[in-house]
Design a protein around this ligand. Structure first.
Ligand code: ADP
Ligand code: MG
Length: 660
């Protein structure tokens, strides 16, 4: 229905509504109040001077009108509340004058002045409020007020027919009122109870539809389009038994999950998550090996060249008989051509690289498995590109930002998840200490202690978003500071985003070899190399980071049996940062992060346009989200899910798949 079809809605108003993003009557009725004003009669016995007052009474006289100028006027009259008589002043409501006659029952809302027994009213309602009055408040503009919007919505609600997509079985289960009724109540609530019921019904529907899409997507992605493989698990066991260490339970379980996915006829779409250092890499390698045994090529993408190179060295050690190809961004033309040919002819068994794997025209002979390490670093489109390279390769994502399972289920609802929760044995938890900037001296002494023991230290410079220039300055300022303190006793190295890859590699190598004792860097630098002798990390202005990011950073230390420390410097947000001093469990950290920041970090990694709910809020309505997840998954498998009525879900999922 067009806006112009609504009674009392002219072209000017239509323009104002357009500016609020409302283009038709459906938009209008879906424009929910952002809050509700609850008006209750004030308890007169508790009333004090200057309090807000809501009081009913009878007009004792016709109002006196004062006009100060063209824009400013005031009416004054006496109100008999039954308990006392108050003078009421109200500004700029001259249009109410004819209705405010002697004997009229009204409710006055305003501010109470005890000394003069007067009320400066902000609003007057006709009639007495019996219990509670709830007024919807809409996001409005200077041009169109909340109450005008309210009126227009009420007018259009009378005319419009509202489609109800919620399955009958669900409505029955929760005794939901109809959508029609719920929307009417949301815009025109009578009491708190029915309002809450209506809002719950509407939120449920939003979340249900969202989860329905995700569940549909999950089914759609998987069904039957996997690769045919035959590998016996005994071969997998053999390589596991030959490892220099025993796999942790979670690692073993993850390998099994992946094995089962790979040999099944459905396509794998799995997330492997676990803290930094939890041992995801070996699981990925075994996955690549299974894939190889079944006759396919496998690709492993790492976020940086340093990490990719590390993977190459490690996998060659594990699988010396396989043909491993390292594809770098910067390679000699001839070298690169040869590498690509090996891949095309199928002579390369496993291909490891960075973005080069996808950003260039690499042709695979038989790509069967694609693994991305630190998946959140890759944009959606890049991932999409890669998927199209082979046939329909199985996909494994690895992430070191652990997400509590429940959250992950919704965020990565279209994926299966394996989690590595326990660290390999022999790890000592990092001791995390929070310090104020004024206590920098203590910190320097702690650093000195470590240096004296022959240990090494990471110093993380404050990160300033998108400002390389400031980043540089800050890094150099820190270098100066560190040089003043320790320049005479040890070597200090600096790494920052502006350096060339080989310059970075040089600094990194010197740190690894122990020539550099203190390494100053920004997080832009992937400190991917394992330096077990580094036992301390000092992070300046740590409030700038999300908890999960800080947790990942501190994972760089504590890589041997020595005591190791992470020192967080910050004058701000100490309550939030304190979480890190209390736990070393990445899953717990990200859960706290989620609670405190609404999953800022987490949702940032996988934003979905579908998540823009009108009423529901992923954080506050999380329990409801979980319920709808279950309900929708059951529904999608039921007979009720008839394609006709729910075809809009199908088409919107197909659309989002095309973008992926
Ligand atoms: P991440 O999950 O961060 O990728 P890695 O796979 O790099 O962690 O593992 C960190 C280190 O732990 C590596 O040196 C690896 O060899 C070692 N490691 C992995 N699994 C185990 C295990 N089950 N027992 C002992 N050490 C292990
Ligand atoms: Mg890793």
């Amino acid at each position: 229905m067009k806006l112009s079809d609504i009674k009392g809605l002219g072209p000017t108003t239509e323009k104002y509504l357009n500016e609020l993003g409302i283009f038709n009557a459906e938009d209008l009725i879906n424009y929910y109040p952002y809050r509700y004003e609850i008006i209750e009669n004030t308890d007169i016995d508790k009333l004090e001077d200057g309090d807000k007052i809501v009081v009913g009474g009878i007009c004792e006289n016709n109002p006196n009108v004062f006009r100060f100028n063209r824009k400013l006027n005031k009416m004054t009259f006496r109100l008999n509340t039954g308990r006392f008589i108050a003078r009421v002043d109200i500004f700029n409501r001259i249009f109410l004058k004819d209705k405010l006659t002697v004997g009229t029952p009204i409710t006055v809302i305003g501010k109470y002045d005890q000394k003069h027994s007067s009320i400066t009213a902000s609003d007057i309602k006709f009639g007495l409020i019996e219990e509670t009055m709830i007024e919807p408040v809409y996001h409005s503009s200077f041009k169109i007020s909340s109450s005008k919007i309210s009126k227009l919505i009420k007018a259009s609600l009378e005319k419009i027919k509202i489609k109800d997509y919620l399955p009958g079985s669900v409505c029955q289960k929760y005794k939901f009122i109809s959508k029609d009724e719920a929307i009417k109540i949301a815009h025109n609530p009578k009491d708190k109870r029915s309002l809450n019921k209506a809002l719950k019904r509407l939120k449920y529907e939003e979340l249900f539809n969202f989860m329905l899409k995700i569940n549909y997507l999950k089914d759609r992605k998987k069904k039957g389009n996997g690769l045919k493989r035959k590998v016996s698990y005994s071969k997998v066991e053999k390589i596991i038994n030959n490892l220099p260490f025993e796999l942790t339970k979670d690692q073993e379980k993850s390998v099994k999950d992946i094995y089962n996915d790979l040999i099944s006829e459905n396509r794998m779409n799995r997330l492997l998550q676990g803290d930094v250092g939890s041992g995801k890499t070996i699981v990925a390698f075994i996955a690549l090996y299974i894939n190889y045994l079944s006759g396919y090529q496998g690709a492993l993408m790492a976020p940086t060249e340093i990490l990719a190179h590390q993977h190459v060295l490690n996998i060659k050690r594990l699988l010396p008989n396989l043909n491993i190809v390292f594809l770098k961004g910067k390679m000699k033309t001839k070298e690169k051509r040869e590498a690509k040919e090996l891949i095309k002819e199928g002579k390369a068994d496993i291909i490891i690289g960075t973005h080069a794997l996808i950003s260039e025209d690499v042709e695979y002979k038989s790509l069967g498995l694609v693994i991305t390490d630190e998946q959140h670093r890759f944009g959606v489109n890049q991932r999409g590109n890669l998927k199209n390279k082979g046939m329909t390769p199985d996909i494994l994502y690895m992430s070191a930002t652990p997400i509590p399972r429940t959250y992950a289920l919704t965020l990565y609802g279209d994926m299966d998840i394996s989690s590595i929760r326990t660290m390999p044995s022999g790890r000592k938890p990092v001791k995390t200490i929070l310090k104020k900037n004024k206590d920098i001296k203590d910190v320097l002494y702690m650093m000195l202690d470590e240096i004296k023991k022959g240990h090494q230290i990471y110093v993380v410079a404050p990160l300033v978003e998108e400002s390389e220039k400031i980043e540089l300055e800050d890094t150099y300022k820190l270098e100066e500071k560190m040089n003043k303190a320790f320049g005479k006793i040890c070597k200090i190295g600096v790494m920052h985003g502006k350096m060339k890859p080989d310059e970075k590699a040089n600094v990194m190598n010197e740190f690894k070899e122990g020539k550099i004792t203190i390494l100053i860097s920004t997080t832009v630098i992937e400190v991917g190399v394992d330096v077990p002798n580094a036992t301390m990390m000092v992070i300046f202005d740590s409030f700038r980071f999300g908890l999960s990011a800080l947790h990942q950073l501190r994972g760089r230390v504590g890589r041997n049996s020595l005591d190791s420390y992470c020192i967080l410097l910050s004058d701000r947000e100490t309550k939030r940062l304190n979480v890190l001093t209390k736990t070393n469990d990445g899953f717990k950290v990200s859960e706290e992060d989620f609670k405190l920041r609404g999953g800022g970090d987490i949702f940032g990694t996988r934003q979905s346009g579908d998540m823009n709910f009108k009423l529901a809020d992923v954080k506050n309505d999380y329990d409801l989200l979980l319920i709808t997840k279950e309900d929708s998954s059951r529904f999608i498998k039921s007979k009720e899910f008839n394609e006709e009525k729910y075809s809009h879900i199908k088409s919107s999922v197909e659309n989002s798949l095309n973008q992926d």
